[in-house]
Design a protein around this ligand. Sequence first.
Ligand code: GUN
Ligand code: ZN
Length: 447
Amino acid sequence: MSGVHAYRAALAHCTRHPRSAADAGMLEIIDDGLLVVEAGHVTAVGNAADLLPTLAPDASIADWRGKIIVPGFVDTHVHAAQLDVIASPGTDLLDWLERFTFPAEAAFADADHAALIAELFLNELLKNGTTSALVWPTVHPQSAQALFAAAHQRNLRLITGKVLMDRNCPENLRDTAETGARDSADLIARWHGKGRLGYAITPRFALTSSAAQLRSAGELLSAHPGVFMQTHLAENPAEIVAVMAAFPQARSYLDVYERFGLLRASSVFAHCIHLDAQDRARLLLPRATVAHCPTSNLFLGSGLMDLRGMLDQGQSVALASDVGGGTSFSMLATMAAAYQVAQLRGGWTPSVASLLYLATLAGARAMAAEDSIGSFAPGKEADFVVLDPAATSLIARRCELARSVNEKLFVLMTLGDDRAVNATYVMGEAARGISQLPPDSISKSLR
Ligand code: GUN
Ligand code: ZN
């Protein structure tokens, strides 16, 4: 799509990182805004009245008035291979893994299945307005390959890596320290840095990797600067007991990862519910991110993460769906759950600014892409979502009573899901593979 394209709507985006949980000063809202895009990048953002007169005569203007445009959502922890596992009732994490998740993941030995699920998974992300993600395939290299290929075709910003797991799981889901390292290195060479893609070394969790495999994961990270690391940490009490039994010499769960060189600036740790003060302090590395997975933590009964305490400590935290432990691909639903978990913990009620930040700019930082995505700063890639304050009869009625765009956003976060997403744009183009609603009109500026 060549030329200049402008999008007129209410605009909302977070302009910087908050200093504490109470810091709400980073949300910019423009009631009648214009987002101007050229060659896939934002070139201007501001009031429509100011910017319309500056557009070239052949610029197109999509009229989305009445809607709210926000940056594309970033999901910092989601399992593509668990598309068919969502809504499976395990009694807790380990039971759920054994009874539902491992059997479903075994099917990804079949490359055709992996390719089909990769497409269906990306459709779900895009229907929900998620344009960037840190994604989990399975232990099978072909499942990572399928995700990379499908994301590349749609020009998505996506980080993934084949899962490493060589013990405490079914035989047909095991690699070895050697094959895991070799397959990871092959995939890094093929995909890391290609287009908008990145590679993450992906040890499932301390329980399913031998010391030899965790050591080789740390060595891989050292050998490939710029590559990410993603894993699970301190999600469930029974899991933690099992990890400590598997690594009796470690002081704590996080210490296992640290011993093997996996606590790094580019590491993303999902869950982080049951951490002591020492581990909380060790996690405060610049760019080491906690992926907060509130729907999953509720669904699996894992616990209520201390989001407020982490933000006040300066911890980098971002939101994640954690499907299939999580119950929705929607980052709106995930924001609602984060809000509810904070309410249950008490003492702090998250603002719209905090929640939108966690679902956009915070995730951009986790992906080392805050210069490229997460807000509408000119020069950034034009990934954005059109939200509809009249998406359902109930949302429409409630939003009609709202006095501000901020309040409408809160309604959308509380009641919304994929039905509230009218359109998803990836680098200035309507996302491929899904059907989208059109704007009210597209006109030429004809200035
Ligand atoms: N810990 C290890 N594997 C998993 C997984 O697939 N989902 C969740 N929620 N936790 C895990
Ligand atoms: Zn997970």
